[in-house]
Design a protein around this ligand. Structure first.
Ligand code: XIL
Length: 363
């Protein structure tokens, strides 16, 4: 059942109305009179959003409102947040982000319904196939139906492929693959489609773009999963390329483009879902670093765009003030990472100019 009907939307929007930041008229979002043809091949620009920062940092909310046509909660829809225990659903944080999007007429994506990387400990007790199917299906039905009509695109399954797959059929081990085998993937997609038949359903994956055997195996493994879904009539609409890009790795233009042609041949859409550029190994000098970051993104986006213009390009955060990168890829010189299109003071960096070449931002 959809819980975000007009009344609920108005209610949530009302809760945010006190802030002058959120007063923009959504109708002002219509593309300015630029050439419609060019506009139509450009991706929608968006960013991942943190609920706590949105609530407490006006400059951040302002930057998102000004630049994004699309947002996705960075963590607020993950299992540990909305399922602290088996019997409780907590949508407070996700609702706050949904209300912000709704109020401003910004599109909303959902991330994610099945991901090994964020599972609450209580799910370790799930060991039987029947129970696993029930818990996974009920979770997806509840979450997807709650935001039906608001969240129009879901990362249903995230990172299904192991980091370095030994064989083509290898899956990342976690509660759903351990109990349901490869079936967890079609089960998840079918449950999402049943809960919101209009939602675009995405298989999201990382590390697909580089030179090397590991990346070749990962592309092959993802294609195999996608092909099986398509061949058996499972509602899969798009592949999400996370695109956490490493400035010091070489992009496999040919390999990536061959992979994208296979996706296109299956009639699937492509989204860039989590773009940022990991700058841990780049020189400290800010100008050089920002230029290298921008170049890395341009090389990747140009290769993708040549084969299949992505329908959306989202960065994993909008400002260096809030980024996951330092948690995993700290610089040895102690300088702050600069992976995102705005710096920590919300000023646009060269990466923003690259994104503007490929996207329609709200700016
Ligand atoms: C990350 C968040 O950015 C962090 O804040 C969190 O601690 C861990 O997860 N791939 C994904 C995202 O699909 O969900 C991850 O997000 C980053 C890697």
């Amino acid at each position: 059942m959809t819980q975000f009907g007009p009344t609920r939307r108005t209610m949530i929007a009302g809760a945010l109305a006190g802030s002058g930041l959120l007063a923009r008229d959504p109708s002002a979002r219509a593309a300015p009179g630029g050439p419609a043809r060019i506009e139509s091949v450009r991706a929608t620009y968006g960013a991942a959003v943190r609920g706590d920062a949105l609530a407490n940092d006006p400059a951040y909310a302002q930057a998102l409102a000004e630049r994004c046509r699309l947002i996705v909660p960075e963590g607020s829809l993950k299992w540990p947040v909305i399922r602290p225990n088996r019997d409780t659903f907590d949508f407070a944080d996700a609702d706050r982000i949904a209300a912000f999007a709704s109020r401003l007429g910004i599109g909303l994506r959902g991330h994610t319904l099945a991901w090994y990387g964020a599972m609450p400990a209580w799910t370790d007790a799930i060991t039987s196939r029947a129970e696993a199917e029930r818990v996974l299906t009920q979770h997806i039905e509840r979450v997807v139906s709650r935001y039906a009509g608001l969240i129009t695109s879901w990362d249903v399954v995230n990172e299904a492929v192991p980091d370095d797959p030994a064989a083509a059929g290898d899956l990342r081990p976690f509660v759903w693959s351990n109990t349901l085998g490869a079936d967890y993937i079609p089960i998840a997609f079918r449950a999402a489609a049943a809960a919101d038949p209009a939602a675009r359903l995405v298989l999201n994956e990382y590390d697909l773009e580089y030179v090397g055997a590991r990346f070749e195996s990962r592309r092959a493994a993802l294609l195999r999963i996608a092909r099986r879904l398509v061949e058996s009539g499972v509602p899969l609409h798009a592949i999400g390329l996370q695109a956490h890009l490493f400035a010091d790795r070489r992009i496999d233009r040919d390999g990536l483009q061959a992979f994208l042609r296979e996706i296109r041949a299956m009639n699937l859409d492509v989204l860039v879902t989590e773009l940022d550029v990991i700058d841990a190994s780049l020189p400290g000098d800010v100008e050089t670093r920002d230029r290298r970051v921008a170049e890395t993104a341009r090389t990747f986006l140009a290769a993708v765009h040549e084969v299949v213009p992505p329908s959306a390009i989202l960065t994993w955060g909008i400002s260096d003030r809030y980024t996951w990168v330092p948690t995993y890829f700290t610089r040895s010189d102690g300088l702050p990472n600069r992976p995102l299109p705005l710096d920590a003071s919300m000023r646009p960096k060269p990466l923003m100019a690259v994104l503007e070449d490929f996207t329609r931002s709200a700016a």
